[in-house]
Design a protein around this ligand. Structure first.
Ligand code: UTP
Length: 339
């Protein structure tokens, strides 16, 4: 069943965009008068969430359901990403969306009829869950009419930035990086080294062919607790023997505003798409500092069933309501499969 969306949703989201732009203009004037430089360099106001991809690896479900709305236990991946953006202190969530994926933005609407019904029936826990989206950064729809690539999608978000925003975060909604908070660490690295900071994972050497692999060197200027390396370049899905390292890219980027200019200057790369990694490579060639922070937690790739299923099991086992039963059932299933 579908609940009515009387407040925002669909076309009215564009009106919201206009209002936000106006209010941000006011805010940015204020910032300029007070501490624009400090704010601009030390905090992230906008998190870009590219969600306009076709989700072909998740067909047939994605014939009608955007993959960003598939639930991890009961909460869509995109809400988990919005929570991560909130934890970072961002004000705006620039969601890049496709014409046929309006449900993604509608998810962040308010549903008064649903809330009233839950309240009347005393379903306070569910009511709380429904209202969770009210406390997240303000979603702004940015439409990508054709899936021309991640680089193209990210480039479209420049229109929602204020003049004083020198840095943006990009969080891919099909990538869960846990525990939450890696971009906060990446901001600390940027505060020390400037430029752009990317999140990397170390994977076994024989698995590198699945990923974008970093060509790295030591970062002697970094003084801190994290594992940080300077990036010389990147190779997309190399043969195992050609891989320059076993540090691979994941879906968290902290990018200097210079990325938007670089995105204007790249041409279609792998798969005929405008690739974000090509714009980053261009910045590196031009002397812009790019570093990786090697994350020591875990990650789930929600973009395909092979990564999504373990994510649901992981979150399910950690859930106080479903966890104990799931543990028991999983043991039975493992026995049944002789595992
Ligand atoms: P993916 O390549 O993982 O997503 O892009 P996809 O294209 O939906 O996946 P498949 O291969 O067809 O299954 C990484 C992220 O970039 C977004 C996607 O929505 C995903 O979050 N993206 C990709 C865009 O927003 N626009 C694009 O043109 C391409």
């Amino acid at each position: 069943m579908c609940w009515e969306k009387p407040e925002t949703g669909g076309v009215s989201m564009l009106i919201i965009l206009e209002k936000i732009l106006i209010s941000n203009l006011k805010k940015s004037t204020l910032n300029c008068m007070t501490s624009a430089k400090t704010h601009a360099s030390l905090s992230v106001k906008t998190v870009i969430v590219p969600a306009a991809g076709m989700g072909t690896r998740f067909l047939p479900a994605t014939k009608t359901i955007p993959k960003e709305l598939l639930p991890v236990v009961d909460t869509p991946g995109i809400e988990l990403i919005a929570q991560e953006a909130a934890q970072l202190g961002a004000d705006k969530l620039a969601i890049i969306t496709a014409p046929k994926k309006r449900e993604v933005l509608a998810y962040f609407d308010r549903y008064p009829a649903l809330e009233t019904m839950l309240e009347a029936r005393g379903k306070t826990h569910q009511l709380e869950k429904v209202r969770n989206t009210n406390n997240l950064p303000t979603p702004i729809a940015v439409e990508q009419t054709e899936p021309l690539g991640l680089g193209h999608a990210v480039g479209l978000a420049e229109q929602v930035l204020d003049d004083d925003e020198n840095v943006v975060a990009v969080m891919l909604p099909d990538d869960l990086v846990l525990p939450m908070g890696v971009v906060v660490k990446m901001m600390e690295v940027r505060a020390q080294l400037g430029g752009s900071v990317l999140c990397a994972f170390e994977v076994p050497h024989e698995e590198v062919y699945n990923y974008g692999v970093f060509d790295i060197e030591d970062a002697p200027d970094y003084h801190g607790d994290y594992v940080v390396k300077k990036v010389r370049g990147m190779v997309e899905k190399p043969a195992v023997d050609d891989a320059p390292s076993n540090f691979v890219a994941t879906g968290r980027y902290l990018l200097d505003r210079a990325i938007f200019d670089a995105l204007q200057r790249i041409t279609p790369g792998a798969g005929g798409e405008l690739q974000l990694t090509d714009a980053i490579a261009l910045l590196i060639d031009e002397g812009h500092p790019v570093h990786i922070l090697v994350h020591d937690g875990k990650r789930h790739d929600l973009g395909n069933p092979g990564g999504y299923i373990p994510a649901v099991v992981d979150f399910g086992l950690a859930d106080p309501v479903y966890g104990p039963h799931l543990k028991k059932v999983l043991r039975e299933i493992l026995d049944e499969h002789g595992a």
